[in-house]
Design a protein around this ligand. Structure first.
Ligand SMILES: *[C@@H]1O[C@H](CO)[C@@H](O)[C@H](O)[C@H]1NC(C)=O
Ligand SMILES: *[C@@H]1O[C@H](CO)[C@@H](O)[C@H](O)[C@H]1NC(C)=O
Ligand SMILES: CC(=O)N[C@H]1CO[C@H](CO)[C@@H](O)[C@@H]1O
Length: 372
């Protein structure tokens, strides 16, 4: 009796809302190139630096290159004080054991006798290390992670200007304050990418750096837009990528097959919640000179039931009632916006030509992408 009641209650409780997949966060399957830039000047704090670095890399992670599963991570090390030193380039560490012993060697290397801390030399060395292997693994994202406790000086350029070069190339810069100075923290905040200036004293720095790494590892191939919300909020990115062509109007079946031509992983866009619909309308309008009030999405009627389109090798996903009311009759549907601002999945003739949006999963720790 009890059980029946519990089941009844569960059945009556509101179902969870559905939404797009989040970026993969499997830290054992990272495929990245990471450069550590470590200040070892005489006056800096090295407390917990190498323990923190060590805690980022599980033994399951493939370090180096040449594995059957291409999801592997290269790790480079640069130390700096008055000048920078390349300790390990992207070719040196070819296994987790290599990485582990490199970290230990660094841990037991005495700090520099120089009190100077010139971060621009370290950041320029990072650029050099990344550029030295250009043309190889270009489809792997790079990330630069700087450890220092010092608001230092510089040799030729403000560190934030060198960091800007990295950021403008799509390479995030993480900073980790290894001391407790709030002046250093404010200084590092100008150098780091948004929301990527951390401090060891926070107590959760491993978690924060790992999130920065898995976020960096989550991206779209060139030409595709990563679903994020609110519009243009790159801090809140989902694990799906969208593509739409301003000039391309097509019948429903034409749209469906064009999505498949773009990529074997691609299909007509899903709209699991209102937020995604808002995003989709923004997207079709973002590149258009005249308002776009109708486009084809991936809502399909198969034998009287509603499904979301999926790639050829996957079954379509049944429409969840929480995603929206199904269209009023079996037909092709377009997502339409009316003059009062409301939207509806509206039955249309399949031969009507409309804009359309294609979708595919993002490149992330769950999905390797060999394109750039
Ligand atoms: C500083 O380091 C760089 C790279 O390691 C090197 O090319 C340069 O000669 C060094 N500068 C001086 C003044 O030693
Ligand atoms: C880590 O701690 C800081 C400060 O307490 C907090 O703002 C931040 O949200 C935490 N980050 C994570 C990933 O838990
Ligand atoms: C979660 C969080 O800290 N988000 C911040 C990231 O950075 C942007 C821009 O600097 C802020 O607006 C967010 O609040």
């Amino acid at each position: 009796m009890w059980k029946v009641l519990v089941l009844l209650c569960l059945a009556a409780s509101p179902t969870l809302s559905v939404s797009d997949r989040r970026c993969g966060t499997n830290a054992n399957k990272l495929w990245l190139d990471v450069v550590f830039v470590i200040d070892n000047c005489k006056i800096g704090s090295m407390n917990l630096v190498y323990q923190t670095i060590s805690s980022l890399f599980s033994k399951q992670l493939q370090i180096g290159t040449g594995y059957d599963d291409p999801r592997s991570t290269r790790v480079g090390f640069i130390t700096y004080n008055w000048n920078a030193t390349d300790v390990a380039d992207f070719y040196k560490l070819q296994s987790w054991a290599d990485l582990n012993s490199q970290i230990q060697r660094l841990q037991y290397t005495p700090q520099s006798s120089s009190p100077a801390s010139r971060m621009d030399t370290g950041l320029n060395a990072a650029i050099g290390m990344i550029d030295a292997t250009a043309g190889f693994r270009d489809n792997y994202k790079k990330i630069v992670i700087v450890f220092t406790s010092v608001h230092g000086s510089y040799k030729s350029n403000q560190p934030r200007d060198v960091s800007k070069i990295l950021k403008s190339r799509g390479i995030p810069v993480v900073t980790v304050n290894t001391g407790s100075s709030s002046d250093t923290q404010a200084y590092l905040k100008q150098i780091a990418s948004d929301n990527m200036s951390f401090a060891i004293a926070d107590g959760n720095v491993t978690q924060e750096i790992l999130k920065a790494m898995t976020d960096t590892n989550c991206f779209c191939e060139q030409g595709w837009v990563q679903y994020n919300y609110p519009w243009n909020n790159l801090q809140n990115r989902y694990g799906t990528c969208l593509y739409t062509d301003t000039t391309d109007y097509s019948s429903r079946d034409g749209a469906k097959s064009k999505c498949r031509q773009y990529s074997p992983k691609s299909y007509l866009v899903n709209e699991l919640d209102q937020q995604k619909r808002d995003f989709n309308f923004n997207l079709v309008n973002s590149d258009s000179t005249k308002p776009v009030n109708a486009f084809y999405n991936g809502l399909l009627n198969l034998n009287g039931n509603w499904y979301w389109d999926q790639p050829n090798d996957r079954s379509p996903i049944p429409l969840d009632p929480n995603s929206g009311a199904p269209p009023t009759r079996n037909a092709c549907v377009a997502d339409m916006k009316y003059s009062d601002g409301t939207t509806a999945w509206t039955p249309v003739s399949c031969a009507n030509n409309f804009r359309f949006i294609c979708e595919q999963v993002a490149c992330d720790t769950d999905n390797y992408c060999d394109g750039v």
